[in-house]
Design a binder for this molecule. Structure first.
Ligand code: ASP
Length: 432
């Protein structure tokens, strides 16, 4: 619906979908002009701010300036881009998320909507980089991902790489992207080619979307000399660079910023440039001609519990009753209130591994410093070292799926399998 009355007169030639700046009472509001909804009448206009929220602004005393004329990016439904066998083949697996979503300009809500093929039409420069093939796995928001989706994605990656793709890009929601990246890191065996997860914080049809730089960079990474599972996302809040993160060391650290993804306890692997990857730390290099396999054995009955002061003992008791392994997000160096030692000791008796990680995320677990930590070690708690809580969670599913005994599962948890346990390199990388 378009604006009428006083709203229309202050908008001048600003149209719905344009990025505009509104000055009012000394404040400045930048955002995309939304159509007239219940928030916008003849006296108000509706803006979608950078943080994703819609606000209604009264027109009295307001001045409007058009910052960027931009109708929403047009994504053609059902469109396809022809194959180009003269270029290296990269397969984009579509799983959904904001990157494959469309903003509903009536309500401002975002829905998964586009296929990977349709996404291509929004970023035509991709076709100049590689022979892009696409394959749909699902079209869901990533909060709905399950371990069976991880298995399906892992099988599709192996399949594509063994059938000639130089790399695979997975378009994925950002919320749980790091879990999927971790699962693929453990499930894909003999992987020596790039598997790159990518997403966006703004839907692809929005003029301000980060999708196009992220996708172009992900395809560049998929053609590069990387030989492992990575996440490629914006490396700054402007549209100038993307960083490559190891799949088991990355975390979404902001709910809305473009550069929400950070390597934790380590440097990113590299920066994506037009020439490929500019390395920032050591990574596994591509080797061609090796067949990728999938180890899909997973024990899904694993719980991830955050320790909080005064939390009920029955919560942990119940988790021990109903799960085969537990990851704790302890306080500080890896601590829990004393009364939780009882259910932890029972888990050990029942041969159910309990792995300690830290809710500080940065730094490592060290249970030898305080008496509570020492008691935890005596009760049989396994140290997760520098592993992120969610990495330990997915790894414990894999370890329990593969191991035939408690000891074997413990030893897998204590072994660095794919770079997930790298040393914490100190405060200089804190929040880099
Ligand atoms: N909730 C969305 C998802 O994870 C957010 C995103 O894609 O950025 O699917």
């Amino acid at each position: 619906m378009s604006y009428r009355g006083r709203a229309a007169s202050i908008l001048g030639d600003a149209g719905v979908g344009d990025l505009i700046r509104v000055r009012k009472d000394g404040a400045i509001y930048d955002g995309v002009l939304m159509p007239r909804t219940e928030l916008g009448d003849e006296e108000h206009i509706v803006l979608k701010l950078k943080n994703g929220y819609n606000i209604g602004i009264g027109t009295s005393g307001a001045e409007v300036e058009v910052v960027q004329k931009g109708a929403p990016r047009e994504i053609k439904r059902g469109a396809t881009i022809p194959a180009d066998p003269t270029k290296p083949q990269v397969t984009i697996l579509g799983t959904g998320g904001t990157i494959a979503s469309r903003v509903d300009y009536r309500t401002g809500a975002v829905h998964p909507s586009f296929t990977a093929q349709e996404l291509l039409t929004a970023v035509p420069e991709l076709a100049g980089l590689a022979d892009i093939r696409t394959r749909a796995i699902c079209n869901i928001l990533s909060e709905n991902m399950t371990p069976s989706h991880w298995t399906e994605i892992a099988r599709a990656c192996a399949d594509e790489l063994n059938r000639g793709a130089v790399g695979v890009v997975i378009a994925h929601g950002t919320d749980t992207m790091a879990y999927t990246a971790t699962a693929l890191s453990f499930m894909l065996q003999d992987l020596w080619k790039p598997v790159v997860l990518v997403g966006s914080q703004r839907s692809s049809d929005r003029p301000s979307s980060d999708a196009s730089l992220n996708l172009v960079s992900a395809v560049r990474a998929a053609c590069s000399d990387l030989g492992e599972v990575t996440v490629v996302m914006h490396g700054s809040s402007s549209d100038d660079r993307c960083l490559v993160h190891r799949g088991t060391k990355v975390r979404k650290m902001h709910s809305s910023r473009r550069d929400a993804f950070r390597s934790i306890n380590t440097l990113p692997l590299g920066e994506v440039t037009e020439r490929g990857i500019r390395p920032l730390s050591e990574y596994k290099r591509r080797k061609d001609g090796v067949e990728v396999k999938v180890d899909a054995r997973l024990e899904e009955r694993v719980a991830l519990l955050k320790i909080s002061p005064g939390m009920g003992q029955e919560l942990l008791e119940r988790a021990v009753d109903t799960h085969q392994g537990i990851v704790l997000e302890g306080t500080g160096l890896g601590h829990v209130p004393e009364y939780l030692l009882k259910p932890i000791a029972r888990a050990r008796e029942e041969e159910k591994p309990v792995v300690m990680t830290t809710q500080t995320l940065y730094g490592r677990v060290d249970m030898k410093v305080y008496s509570t930590g020492r008691e935890l070690l005596t009760s049989g708690v396994i140290s997760g070292g520098t592993m992120l809580p969610e990495v330990a969670y997915v790894k414990l599913m894999c370890a329990l799926g593969r191991a035939k005994s408690y000891e074997e599962a413990k030893s897998l948890m204590e072994t660095d399998l794919v770079g997930e346990m790298g040393p914490s390199i100190g405060t200089d990388t804190f929040l880099v």
